[in-house]
Design a protein. Structure first.
Length: 360
């Protein structure tokens, strides 16, 4: 006789096994299965990703990537929750980014407030009922707020700067006329120095192959350092980071690893791929443009202009990056030069710092 009843553990394990196709190891899948089977209902309902990361002993970003893969496969559901700055109430009524609005009305106190992606919108995940049916007792606000205080929350901005989320949910965007404020984002622009000469000397096909290799390197480093490439513009990229020191670390790693790539490719020094990098940090707005998420505002414009005023193999940053640069050990030995830069559309000259690596 067929046994139609499967133990819950087996149902969960089978569902979780799909994550192997995303490269999630057997060991992590096994741990996830145990968590999904054994944790109390309230820990799996609107769960703080940081709490799950602690249970699974994973880095927050690794946990988020796995949850986004799980979301794609229907293992969990995602909640974009808006916290009211007036009464502290949490509105969980959003499963999609396109349900969020620039101005949010608190359902509890009716306060209308601007929606900040890094301060008021947090993400949580609920285990899908296909894997395990949670009881009504799972909804325990006191427990959730205790966990939020203990672990801190994962903001919408963290999701927006997760490459896995952008890859797996390219259509998950804000409505065309809405925007989310981001209080602080670090923007990094790169551009390839002398690319016109590179194309003319190497020929279009070979030059493009080199440019492609350099893009692969940039995408990988930006992800490793906790950011996301927002877009490429010709031979340039624009990347965003939630923390400014991540942007500084990425800029250092990019120069460093590009040097190794040039050597590995056996390129003559005249054909070396060299980047000019510009950084700024500050507020911006997240919008949807041409069906893709994009960032706009003075911080973005400033970073772009600082980049174009930079030099090959240098990192040029605004004053706002100095506190972040101070905590990056890898900058020890780099030379720093200050100058005033007049930027189009900005009245006063902006103080920028050119950073040069020790060997040059
Ligand atoms: Zn309220």
């Amino acid at each position: 006789m067929l046994n139609l009843y499967k133990p819950r553990r087996q149902v969960i394990a089978e569902a979780v096994s799909v994550l192997s196709s995303y490269g999630v190891s057997q060991e992590v899948r096994d741990r996830l299965t145990v968590i999904f089977d054994e944790q109390s209902d309230r820990e799996l309902y609107r769960a703080n990703p940081r709490l799950l990361a602690a249970h699974l002993q994973l880095q927050e970003r690794t946990m988020l990537k796995i949850l986004v893969m799980g979301l794609r496969e229907g293992l969990v559901t995602l909640n974009w929750e808006v916290e009211c700055p007036a009464c502290g109430g949490i509105d969980p009524a959003h499963h999609h980014l396109h349900e969020l609005r620039s101005l949010h009305t608190c359902p509890a106190c009716k306060t209308i407030h601007e929606t900040n992606a890094d301060e008021q919108v947090r993400v949580t995940f609920t285990l899908d009922e296909r894997l395990r049916k949670l009881t009504a007792a799972a909804d325990d606000p006191a427990f959730r707020s205790k966990m939020d205080r203990r672990y801190g929350v994962v903001s919408a901005h963290h999701m927006l700067t997760l490459p896995t989320f952008r890859q797996l949910f390219p259509r998950e965007t804000l409505p065309p006329n809405e925007s989310l404020l981001i209080r602080r984002v670090a923007i990094l622009f790169t551009d390839l120095a002398g690319s016109t000469q590179l194309y003319s000397r190497r020929g279009d096909t070979k030059a493009y192959e080199l440019v492609h290799r350099h893009f692969d390197l940039l995408f990988r480093i930006v992800d490793e350092q906790g950011g996301v490439v927002i877009k490429t513009i010709g031979d340039a990229i624009m990347a965003a980071f939630t923390e400014p020191d991540q942007a500084v670390r990425a800029a250092i790693a990019i120069h460093d690893q590009l040097k190794h790539l040039n050597q590995d490719l056996g390129l003559p020094p005249d054909d070396w791929l060299r980047l000019k990098i510009g950084l700024d940090v500050g507020p911006c707005v997240s919008v949807t443009l041409n069906d893709r998420p994009d960032y706009f505002g003075t911080t973005v414009n400033t970073a772009a202009r600082v980049q174009s005023a930079s030099y090959p193999d240098r990192i040029t940053m605004t004053e706002a990056l100095l506190p972040a640069a101070a905590i990056v050990d890898d900058l020890k030995g780099w030379q720093r030069q200050q100058r005033a830069l007049v930027l189009k559309g900005i009245d006063h000259p902006v103080t920028v710092y050119d950073l040069a690596p020790p060997s040059t």
